[in-house]
Design a protein around this ligand. Structure first.
Ligand SMILES: Cc1ncc(COP(=O)(O)O)c(/C=C/C(=O)C(=O)O)c1O
Length: 350
């Protein structure tokens, strides 16, 4: 049975006999063939559904190593700024490892499911009247000033180091690299991590290399516009980030792979978000749908050719953000009084 990423991929990871064997059995997430969308788009489209990790997002992959290493190095506390999923993962793995956790969140801009995860995992949760970028500056300073408090945002190299395992799983499942790897871009570590993994598998196993296609939200498109976005805004609050910490690494992944980083509107994000849930049964969170929105846009404008093999990374579970789902869902629940005849009549009329 699956032993979690630290064990399964130890030959690719900086783990040793002193590294705690930490796991919540993260990784080994399904690569789901999107049959209807493949038919409609004329491509072979698969979703790497990272929403099925233990805390519901891809963050678990990198966090398991970052927290294990923090413990190995004698930290008593881990700290992070977060749009929500990093804090959910950091606090869960800290709890698992017996460490304290402190999370700093942008007030009112974090999906409710994510806040409950940090709270239930025993994190000390601080919300600030500022955005993710403001929060990241603060936690970087605190971890620099306090030895026992380890920063576990993706500036921590262990995060990218272990998030790369997702690209191994894509190749293992597909039998090759896809022509295009499409992924949402927020703080830009995940696109860098996938590219790192594809290059390592290529070196070690001679597997092929995809073109890396990253997608920012139009209201937070720092890399696309090549400027810091002071007040990023998007319905995909996970990627509401205006100054990506891994900007350079993401640009390198784009350039080395012959790929691109483009932006998608909130309308395109929400349309993809609803479409993949209602036609394929895959419920991801809005920020994750930026990658599928990017696939649709790229097929439309020809930058993904017909017949291509494409993987779209759906980075977080839809359950994280029930408020947005309730707001935009195609059909709202029909409320009926307890009158059996009327209910039967209504349902039979559907
Ligand atoms: C669902 C989801 N999809 C995509 C991204 C973007 O990944 P990166 O480009 O590697 O940042 C995030 C990022 C979240 C945080 O940055 C945080 O939780 O603080 C996310 O939660």
């Amino acid at each position: 049975t699956w032993q979690g990423v630290l064990k399964e991929y130890k030959e690719y990871l900086p783990v040793n006999e002193n590294t705690p064997e930490l796991t919540l059995y993260e990784g080994n997430t399904p690569l789901i063939k999107l049959e209807k969308l493949s038919e409609e788009l004329g491509i072979e489209l698969h979703a790497k559904f990272e929403g099925l990790n233990p805390t519901g997002s891809f963050k678990d992959r990198g966090m398991v190593l970052a927290v294990a290493k923090a413990k190995e190095e004698g930290a008593h506390t881990v700290i992070c700024a977060s749009t929500g999923n990093t804090s959910a993962a950091a606090s869960a793995y800290a709890a698992r490892a017996g460490l304290n956790s402190i999370v700093v969140l942008p007030e009112g801009k974090v999906a409710v499911g994510k806040v409950t995860q940090a709270m239930m995992s025993g994190a000390k949760t601080v919300t600030i009247e500022g955005n993710f970028d403001d929060a990241l500056k603060i936690v970087r300073k605190i971890s620099e000033d306090n030895d026992g408090i380890e920063l576990v945002n993706s500036l921590n190299p262990y995060r990218i180091e272990c998030q790369k395992t997702a690209s191994f799983e894509v190749i293992d499942a597909l039998g090759k690299a896809p022509d295009y790897l499409c992924i949402p871009v927020g703080n830009a570590a995940n696109i860098a991590a996938y590219w790192k993994g594809f290059k390592e598998y290529n070196e070690k196993k001679g597997t092929s290399l995809p073109k890396m296609y990253g997608f920012e939200a139009e209201g937070a498109a720092a890399i696309v516009k090549n400027k810091v976005i002071e007040n990023p805004e998007t319905v995909g609050t996970a990627i509401r980030i205006g100054n990506p910490a891994s900007w350079d690494k993401a640009a390198a992944a784009r350039d080395e792979s012959g790929g691109k980083i483009d932006s998608v509107t909130d309308e395109e994000i929400l349309s993809a978000y609803k479409r993949v849930a209602s036609t394929e049964g895959v419920f991801c969170e809005p920020g994750s749908a930026a990658s599928l929105a990017g696939v649709l846009k790229s097929v439309e404008n020809g930058s993904i050719q017909k017949g291509s093999t494409v993987v779209t990374v759906l980075t977080g579970n839809g359950l994280k953000d029930p408020d947005t789902a309730m707001e935009v869902a195609l059909d709202q629940p029909k409320k009926l009084p307890l009158d059996e005849g009327k209910i039967v009549e209504y349902i039979e009329s559907l």
